[in-house]
Design a protein around this ligand. Sequence first.
Ligand SMILES: [Fe+2]
Ligand SMILES: [Fe+2]
Length: 195
Amino acid sequence: MGVTLVELNDYKKLIKQRMGEKRFNHSLCVSEEAKRLASLYGADEEKAALAGILHDITKETPKETQLQIISDSGIILENTEINSPSLWHAISGYAFIKNELLIDDEDILNAVRFHTTGRENMSLLEKIIFTADFTSRDRKYDDVEVIRKKANKSLEQAMLYGISYTIADLSKKQSVIHLDTVRAYNELVISQNNK
Ligand SMILES: [Fe+2]
Ligand SMILES: [Fe+2]
């Protein structure tokens, strides 16, 4: 799939209309970081930039509307998903770009869908978007420099660090943990141990 610069700019305009300034800036920063990681790891830079700009497309959409978008697309949420509203935007975002923007590139669709939970057997593009969401220029948290350094050496190491943090944080809050996140975590731990 070729994404021209003109198309990317059209998508930026659309995204700008759908969210506040802070999240729009975050989307631009994830897009830029995804493009950089794509260049570093030999993925399609245009696809990475596009998936990055689109990844939070429904994050500021009202929860009820998101549930409607999800059910209209025929997706039935699992119990853990129903109980994790912060995951809804990844699923509704996927459904929105597929059904409303008519994006048909499976890799871009999956990169948006799994950018919050992760999953087992992620593609290179999925890993790039997942990681870029942690390492983008706008991010500020204690260990951000640690994970940025890891991302420049190994996407898997950066992801393992990010997922470990997410799982610890969720369990501390006694929030449910999606099985895809646990599966991604186990896969990363096992592959690191076998190196
Ligand atoms: Fe997100
Ligand atoms: Fe994000």
